[in-house]
Design a protein around this ligand. Structure first.
Ligand SMILES: Cc1cc2nc3c(=O)[nH]c(=O)nc-3n(C[C@H](O)[C@H](O)[C@H](O)COP(=O)(O)O)c2cc1C
Length: 204
């Protein structure tokens, strides 16, 4: 079982990284192989809507996208983590997900002609177990969380739950440190447990 976590935070020693690694550590203790990817030093442009992927069956814009997309393709489970920026995920993560979701759609499908019914043959993310993790100093986690859920449910993924939404409360200006967010840590551990169970069940 391989789990890849992607953090959209541009910060070093970020809170998002802490929560994602809490989930990964728990999964490692159960025997999963894990990989953490930070988008902090990556250059990934937003989707330029060239639609070349419809024919090419891959994103034709060459930057750090290809390497990360390749890692995601090897994963049974994917954690998508982001701090809340004005209630949204960061532009770094949005750029990755727009390109991954759009180019991944044409792996096994053709774009439908007008009036044609969709004949669905799966996409690059079909059946992968995906969970969002979002963090805010005070508010906005749920909107960012919903953005990630909407991406996953549109991309044929399976979503595990936890004892609460997988969100952290941490940040500057009077908020707690991620490491002191005891409830958040408990939620992340429960998420890991559910993710593990779901991936195991799906592999039978
Ligand atoms: C541009 C920007 C926008 C932010 N918007 C919000 C927000 O909408 N709500 C909030 O509670 N915190 C907001 N924050 C604070 C971060 O979400 C918070 O510090 C978070 O813990 C940072 O996570 P990180 O350490 O993983 O980057 C914002 C911070 C920045 C830099």
């Amino acid at each position: 079982m391989k789990i890849v976590a992607v953090s959209g935070s541009p910060r070093k020693e970020s809170n998002t990284e802490f929560y994602l690694k809490t989930v990964l550590k728990e999964l490692e203790s159960k025997g999963a192989e894990t990989k953490f990817i930070s988008l902090r030093d990556k250059a990934i442009k937003g989707c330029c809507a060239c639609y070349s992927c419809v024919e090419a069956k891959k994103c034709v814009v060459n930057d750090d996208f290809q390497e990360i997309f390749g890692e995601l393709m090897t994963a049974d489970g994917i954690l998508l983590g982001s701090p809340s920026y004005h209630s949204s995920i960061t532009p770094e993560l949005k750029a990755l997900l727009d390109r991954a979701g759009f180019s991944g759609r044409w792996y096994a499908n053709e774009m439908k002609k007008s009036g044609e019914a969709y004949s669905w043959s799966g996409n690059a993310f079909s059946g992968k177990v995906v969970a969002p993790v979002t963090v805010a100093r005070r508010a906005g986690q749920n909107f960012a969380f919903a953005q990630l859920l909407l991406w996953a449910t549109c991309n044929d993924c399976v979503i595990p739950g936890s004892s609460y939404w997988n969100v952290g409360v941490a940040g500057k200006g009077g908020a707690v440190n991620a490491r002191d967010d005891e409830e958040g840590i408990t939620i992340m551990k429960q998420l890991a447990s559910n993710m593990y169970r779901v991936i195991n069940a799906l592999s039978k």
